[in-house]
Design a protein around this ligand. Structure first.
Ligand code: NAD
Ligand code: DAU
Length: 352
């Protein structure tokens, strides 16, 4: 590459959202050096960033955000100006099975990133930014009405959301106490290509394809607000470049669905794509024991992001869902790769 204008360190860039952020930055900003830092846990996969791995402004480093010395080494080697911190344990069901890894990665890992950024930037924060990517789950659970706004008090209720809430507090503490330049965003449920098939949509797309049962938790009446992942990556780009330091931005799709309605729509679209008789896939729906502590409804009010930075979701949901289904059906090899080995043990344990 010619002249490096900025070095952006993306943590968790081999995961679901991270790969879309990395791809966008690498392709849109040829003068940025984009460093993808990832430990390659079960959720991290270099296949997700294969299309950018040969770009001259892209680097990958395998490192663990909870390892202070390793992270110090990364900062010494690459001297990042901006950190976009996505690396985390991200699946609620796993946080119920094994909470301690969530506390370690999401709390200690975030504190380690903050501390090394502070040390490395040596209190000279000109042109520096620590951007923390978080979730709407920190706000808790809504009833039938209302929306989460940036001022909604934190009320996390699962080990995952509590560890993410704690990480948000740590970021604000480093901002307040040490003057670290920070910005945060809290986003609703993402969907799209390269999502690990432990999450609802890729899991159900794969099961429908394989004619396996669709395990709907409880009565399927919980509500989520779905956003296409590339729209989230675009929001992150906007906030990184135009967001106000110290601020929080909520990101959402204005696209609420009850799980069961979403699953029925998915079944209908997949019957068409797979050439199955109408209603065939709906027959796979099986109601199973509810998730412990299952939050009823999430819904984001993203007015601030729209009014301050001009961001809006770009895709209609049915269009995004159809694109997503096509991607998983066209990328069978990717799905086979991530569902072999340890995934089978996980699936057995969760769904029997
Ligand atoms: P993901 O599980 O797909 O990816 C997480 C990535 O972090 C993986 O590549 C993994 O290898 C890496 N990682 C895990 N532990 C690490 C460690 N100790 N050191 C270095 N890397 C490590 O998650 P995702 O869905 O892409 O979510 C990314 C971020 O966005 C998370 O912080 C999550 O809380 C947040 N978020 C996710 C959603 C969503 O719907 N998926 C919505 C809002 C916010
Ligand atoms: O809201 C943002 C959050 O969205 C992110 O912070 C998390 O990282 C991300 O995993 C997601 O959390 P959810 O718990 O909402 O996503 P999940 O795909 O696991 O589940 C979506 C809904 O579907 C939820 O109500 C539980 C239900 N579900 C999920 C699975 C995996 C089922 O009914 N059956 C299932 O097998």
């Amino acid at each position: 590459m010619e002249k490096i204008e900025k070095t952006v360190l993306v943590t968790g860039g081999a995961g679901f959202i991270g790969n879309h952020v990395v791809r966008r930055l690498v392709n849109k900003y040829p003068n940025y050096r984009v460093v993808n830092l990832d430990v390659l846990s079960y959720a991290g996969n270099l296949e997700n960033v294969k299309d950018v791995e040969r770009e001259s402004n892209y680097d990958f480093v395998r490192a663990d955000i909870t390892d202070l010395e390793e992270i110090r080494g990364v900062f010494t080697t690459y001297a990042p100006d901006v950190v976009i911190h996505l690396a985390a344990e991200s699946h609620v069901d796993r946080s119920i099975e094994d909470p301690l890894i969530f506390v370690k990665t999401n709390l200690l890992g975030t504190a380690t990133m903050l501390q090394v950024a502070k040390e490395s930037w040596k209190d000279n924060y000109e042109g520096k930014l620590f951007y923390h990517v978080s979730t709407d789950e920190v706000y808790g659970s809504l009833g039938e009405t209302g929306f989460f706004v940036e001022e909604t008090p934190y009320d996390p209720r699962s080990p995952y959301s509590a560890s993410k809430a704690g990480s948000d507090h740590l970021v604000r503490a480093w901002g307040h106490t040490f003057g670290l330049p920070i910005v945060l965003s809290n986003c609703s449920n993402n969907y799209g290509p390269y999502q690990f098939p432990e999450k609802l949509l890729p899991l159900f797309i794969n099961n429908i394809k394989l004619n396996k049962s669709l395990p709907v938790y409880g009565k399927g009446v919980n509500v989520r607000d779905w956003l296409y992942v590339e729209d989230h990556a675009r929001a992150i780009d906007d906030i990184m470049h135009k967001g106000k330091q110290g601020e929080t931005y909520n990101i959402g799709g204005h696209n609420e669905y009850r799980n069961i309605d979403l699953i029925r729509l998915l079944c209908k679209l997949m019957d068409k794509k797979l050439g199955r008789p109408e209603g065939a896939s709906e027959g796979l729906i099986t109601y199973v024991t509810d998730r412990a502590g299952h939050d009823m409804r999430y819904a984001i009010d993203a007015t601030k992001l729209k009014e301050d930075l001009g961001w809006m979701p770009s895709l209609q949901f049915e269009e995004g869902l159809a694109k997503t289904i096509d991607w998983y059906l066209d990328n069978e090899e990717w799905m086979t790769g991530v569902t072999s080995g340890a995934y089978q043990t996980y699936y057995e344990k969760m769904y029997g």
